[in-house]
Design a protein around this ligand. Structure first.
Ligand SMILES: C[S@@+](CC[C@H](N)C(=O)[O-])C[C@H]1O[C@@H](n2cnc3c(N)ncnc32)[C@H](O)[C@@H]1O
Length: 206
């Protein structure tokens, strides 16, 4: 299949038509994690696509381990190639999983994700998007996958762990309220290049 290369500041990502193309805001994730990451931090990425977010983190921070997952086998294939191209394949492992379904009972310091979060009701506004449908849209006004990741994610977090999740700016308060039900506090929302809340950090610190 025909592939393209997208260049970021510290890395290059190969993409194909059957996998979500990473956007500029990928690098919000290493920024969000910077003040929190420690030596030997264990990171789980859900819905890695081309691997861009995990690769961006592996390029910024050493002495960490990452497990990157996706439900899409084509995504995992290209993500593994991208990890090799960027020489971070020793840091990132890959696994096929429907969100947490194939993740062993393990604890992580960070669970990170850019899940599908667009609402199908608004799809007329997104006609220019050519990414696979199941990488873009989630049920329940775009919130279904965000809810699943928060609800199940708490069981996979170490004490003083964080869920770092991308969302649309108008989902910020809903996400904050939902997270509270699971004793997670929204401690910060990082903004995208247009100044909108894009990635929120949830903490289980008491
Ligand atoms: C918005 S894309 C993000 C891809 C990549 N993390 C990035 O930011 O470039 C969402 C990703 O979630 C994956 N995904 C969708 N449903 C999933 C599920 N049930 N379990 C795991 N991954 C899923 C899609 O295949 C897609 O790669």
């Amino acid at each position: 299949m025909k592939s393209n290369i997208i260049e970021f500041e510290k890395f290059k990502i190969k993409t194909t038509k059957d996998v979500f193309s990473p956007r500029d805001d990928v690098e919000i994730f290493p920024k969000a994690i910077e003040a929190l990451i420690k030596r030997k931090s264990k990171i789980l990425e859900l819905g890695t696509g081309t691997g861009a977010i995990s690769i961006s983190i592996a390029k910024y921070f050493k002495d960490i381990t990452i497990l990157a997952t996706d439900i899409n086998s084509s995504a995992l294939r290209i993500a593994k190639q991208n990890a090799i191209i960027n020489k971070v394949d020793q840091i990132i492992d890959f696994k096929k999983s429907n969100w947490f379904s194939d993740i062993k009972e393990n604890k992580y310091d960070f669970i990170i994700s850019n899940p599908p979060y667009l609402s199908k009701h608004n799809s007329i506004f997104y006609t220019e998007l050519s990414d696979p449908e199941n990488s873009l849209y989630a049920k329940n006004d775009g919130l279904d996958d965000i809810y699943k990741i928060i609800k199940d994610g708490v069981n996979y977090l170490n004490a003083d762990g964080h869920i770092i999740i991308e969302h649309s700016h108008n989902q910020t308060l809903i996400l904050k309220d939902y997270a509270k039900r699971f004793k997670l506090d929204l401690i910060k929302s990082e903004k995208d290049n247009s100044g909108f809340n894009r990635v929120s950090i949830l903490s289980n610190r008491i």
